[in-house]
Each structure stands twice: as C-alpha cells, then as structure tokens.
Design a binder for this molecule. Sequence first.
Ligand code: NI
Length: 206
Amino acid sequence: MGFLSHIPSMAILKIARMGHPVLHQISETVDDPTDPEIARLINDMIDTLQDAAGIGLAASQVHILKRVVIFIVPESRSGEDEEDSETELTIMINPVIEPLSDETNLDWEACLSVPDLMGAVERYSHIKYSWSTPAGKREERVASGFHARTVQHECDHLDGILYPMRMTDLTLLGYAEETNRNIELLRRGHGLEDGFDPELQVAEEG
Ligand code: NI
C-alpha cells in the first residue's frame, strides 16, 4: 500500500477496434467467478463502459479473453413487454444463450469496437439466457426485443464475432451520421416500411 492507497482505484481500458485480432478470438471460460482478478476486471469494464457512454461491453473488447460481459438496457430502448424492459447493469460471467423460437427480427446495432457505424442485423426475437454472478451464483432470464438483441450482440464478442459478420445485406451498413438522416434506410433496417419514429433510432453502442 503506497501513499495513493486512499484513492479508489479506477481504470479506463483501451477498447480494441475492428481489425485488431483480439476481437476474433474465442474467450476462455472463467473457472472461478469469485476470483478477485475477475472482480477487478469487472470494475475496470464498468469504468470503461461509462466513459464510452455505451450500453454493453465484453472483456475481449478490452483485450482480455475471458467470458465476461456487462450491459444495461436503457429506459429509452425498453419495449412494452416485461421481457424487454429497462434493465439495471447486469454482470455476466460464462453466459449461455438459448433461443426460445426460430423467430428473428431485423434492427440496427452499433458497437464500441466499430466506431461511427451502424448496421442492421437479424437476431433471435426471444431467448433464455443464464450466467454466473460475481458471487458465483447461476441466474437465468427470458428476454425479447432490444434486450435479447443486446445479449446476443455482447455474447457474440466472446466467440470472436462482430455484428457486421452477421449481416446479410451490406446496404444496411453505414455511418450513423448519414444513416440517421436517411429515413428510408432507417425504416428498412428496422424491418418496417413505415410506421415508426426514426428519431428513436439512436445507435447505442455495445
Ligand atoms: Ni459490440
């Protein structure tokens, strides 16, 4: 303990960007979720996510190949149903996703590792997912809509997958600044011809 020990530790980690090989590696299972090293990693990931004003972060994005993800579902993106409501910060160690049906939906995503861009991706509409908490307890939730999309996006990072790798129509990949001015494109990426308010379509980065 040095003379700085009264200052709470805080670290903002460097976020890897698309093109860095660490983003395409498979992350390792965490043997002991209660390991103090994992607790320190999680604290640094929370600091990093807050600093970047994102909604989700996987450990691989900060160059640590462990199966750890943090995310929130902000009130602005919560849907009407209970499985897609605002969610406080969730810390997941060794998450596992199970689709609850074959139903998918198309919508916009953005990623802290793919800055300035947004793209529309098909994801499962309804999932069940489970994870270990930092206390080592296994938990489970059912999710749909934006909540389900966020979990799938973040867990893909643990398997070395970035959202553009899931895209089938690359006309739906663009700079957020341009895309947000292109109402027709916004609607198409939202899986709708009309009837939604494009002002809601702010790209939240995970
Ligand atoms: Ni991401």
